[in-house]
Design a binder for this molecule. Structure first.
Ligand code: ATP
Length: 584
């Protein structure tokens, strides 16, 4: 927040002309405040008490005229105010959008549209709060100046009596501002965290029950409620102090003035001057002070919190860019792992799929959940539905029944750009196009830094191929590559992609076992989730879990577990072993 002060100074320094015009209009406001009390005092002393009613009415007329003249003054003030608030709003919006675009350009993760929308909404709040503050602060300064000058002109003793209680209340109020804003911020943060927790828990009830994580989440909920209650109590405490300050500065000057009437009379203060002083207090000073306090307490605290938040979100984005890139950037934030909750990278809920209305379904009421970072192998006899499953997860097929969720979102129905940022599907027949080697490798991440491309070349053992073709910038013709080389290029490309989910549909079938093992290990080391349709036993053994598709039934577990409990898996492994032995 301290970083905002120089920015504010620069902002105001560039708008001296607007400030000067605003000051001129405000001077008129000060003059109006001055004339109101002055007119009442003279109307009483020189008019009504002196028996000259006409003169009294003339002075009152002058005071009334000053009030009427106030209307165009206010209009002028508002016209000038736009010269301050609109550039502030434009500047903040530009700042938020620039940072967001810079974030999108510096990584293929794309813009966080929710954050941009939240921030631009907060910019509007900042603009309105700023306008309210300028309006009331300026009005208070000039009205108070006019009224205090009026008090001095009526009698210096009036000034001496009114000023101490007024400044005491104001000082007490100013002291409460900072802790009050901090308490407001804490209460807001605690409320939001509690709301987030409630929403997350509600959405994850099934998972919580499945993971037996209910009691832990309940404890966390209780902790958050306690924190939110303490923050709200602290806020209420500071509100009480502020109300006291309001009361002190709002009522005490009138009371002190009343108590001091004999003392003032003894010093020659006339009845008219006393009435004028009360007019200054009740008509100008106290309302202006009250408005200022309310504005500082609400709009000021809101402006403080919102500007702080905008700076916070931006610095958060900065930190995100500067931090270590352990995970590839994603187009939208996947569901984060939270203690006690099992978030799913892929979740199938009762998924049924048939290629036609009257055709037997390929998959029926299939439930599956794959945790972020998990490596899952899918196995099953030919034609059982393994490719269909990968296409459902990839979102290129929509289920006939049930739901497919990827990173907390329905897989089908996403826009193409979002789908591309979510997952990469590498099919059996790899796609390689005429272009440079580098263009082929970085196809899914065009801004991939050169060292990252080089690292992918090494990880997939592509160096001899790249050298043969003439380097990364050499042209590549698909016909010059063997099916295995094409698969390696497609796998290295998937490795470079920012998508958090990789789906390999027999994408290593043209590789020898050693090359396949190296490629799969490189893909498993990559941050993200890996789902592999395996066509070799070794590929299933390397996975964290194996899904065996068996027509209507499906079984999921570790390689060892499935060997003991799944006859089909035993058959498949036996078949694979025979194939390996025959191949030797
Ligand atoms: N486009 C399609 N239209 C109609 N039926 C299809 C279509 N694609 C696949 N099928 C059928 O759906 C069933 C599952 O096919 P899928 O390709 O998903 O199986 P798979 O387990 O991947 O087979 P493989 O191991 O041989 O690749 C098969 O009976 C197949 O004939």
């Amino acid at each position: 927040m301290t970083g905002l002060a120089p920015l504010a100074r620069r902002f105001l320094a560039r708008r001296k002309a607007v400030l000067a015009r605003l000051a001129v209009w405000s001077l008129a406001e000060a003059g109006q405040a001055f004339v109101v009390g002055y007119g009442v005092a003279h109307a009483v002393d020189e008019g009504f008490l002196a028996g000259d009613t006409r003169r009294g009415l003339l002075w009152l007329g002058a005071a009334a005229l000053a009030v009427l003249v106030g209307a165009p003054v206010i209009r002028g003030v508002f016209a000038e105010l736009a010269g301050l608030t609109e550039p502030l709003r434009d500047g903040l919006v530009r700042r938020v959008v620039d940072r967001s675009l810079a974030g999108a350009l510096s990584g293929p993760g794309g813009t966080d549209r929710a954050a941009v929308s939240r921030l631009t909404n907060q910019v509007e709040i900042a603009r309105d709060s700023f306008a309210g503050l300028v309006l009331t602060l300026r009005s208070f300064v000039f009205t108070a100046a006019g009224a205090l000058l009026g008090l001095l002109s009526l009698h210096p003793a009036l000034f001496v009596v009114v000023l101490p209680p007024l400044t005491a209340g104001l000082a007490l109020f100013l002291v409460t501002l900072r802790p009050m804003a901090a308490a407001q911020r804490r209460a807001l943060a605690a409320d939001e965290e509690l709301g987030d927790h409630a929403a997350r828990t509600r959405a994850a009830l099934r998972d919580l029950t499945a993971c037996a994580a209910g009691p832990r989440e309940e404890r966390r909920g209780t902790e958050l409620v306690t924190v939110a209650a303490a923050a709200t109590r602290a806020l209420a405490g500071w509100s009480a102090v502020r109300t006291t300050a309001l009361g002190l500065s709002g009522q005490l000057p009138v009371l002190v003035l009343l108590v001091c009437v004999p003392w003032l009379r003894a010093r020659g203060v006339t009845a008219g001057a006393l009435l004028g002083a009360f007019t200054y207090l009740v008509q100008s000073l106290l309302p202006a002070l009250h408005t200022l306090m309310s504005a500082l307490g609400t709009a000021g605290a809101r402006l403080w919190v919102v500007l702080d938040r905008i700076a916070g979100e931006e610095s958060g984005r900065e930190a995100g860019r500067a931090g270590p890139k352990s995970a590839p950037p994603t187009a939208f934030a996947p569901v984060r792992a939270r203690p006690g909750v099992c978030p799913a990278a892929v979740e199938l809920r009762g998924v049924t799929f048939a290629y036609g209305a009257r055709v037997e379904p390929v998959l029926s009421a299939l439930d599956l959940r794959v945790a972020p970072g998990e490596h899952l192998a899918v196995v099953g006899p030919s034609g059982i539905g393994k490719s269909t499953l990968t296409r459902l997860v990839a979102g290129t097929l929509a289920p006939s029944g049930g739901e497919v969720w990827v990173a907390g979102r329905p897989a089908s129905g996403l826009a193409a750009a979002e789908l591309a940022g979510t997952r990469v599907l590498v099919p059996q027949e790899a796609y390689v196009f005429t272009g440079t080697v580098c263009e082929n490798l970085a196809y899914l991440r065009p801004d991939a830094p050169r060292p990252a491309v080089e690292a992918a070349v090494e990880a997939f053992g592509l160096r001899p191929l790249v050298d043969r073709l003439g380097g990364l910038d050499a042209p590549l013709r698909p016909d010059d590559l063997s099916p295995g080389e094409r698969q390696l290029i497609a796998l290295a490309r998937a490795h470079l992609s920012p998508a958090p989910l990789l789906l390999l549909d027999e994408a290593t079938c043209h590789l020898d076992p050693a090359t396949e093992a190296r490629a799969e290990r490189a893909l498993a080391r990559r941050a993200g989730t890996l789902l592999v349709v395996a066509h070799r036993l070794s590929s299933a053994v390397r996975a964290d879990r194996v899904l065996v598709l068996d027509g209507i039934r499906a079984d999921c577990g570790s390689h060892e577990d499935l060997l003991t409990r799944s006859p089909l898996y035993r058959d498949l492994t036996g078949h694979w072993n025979e194939g390996t032995a025959a191949g030797r």
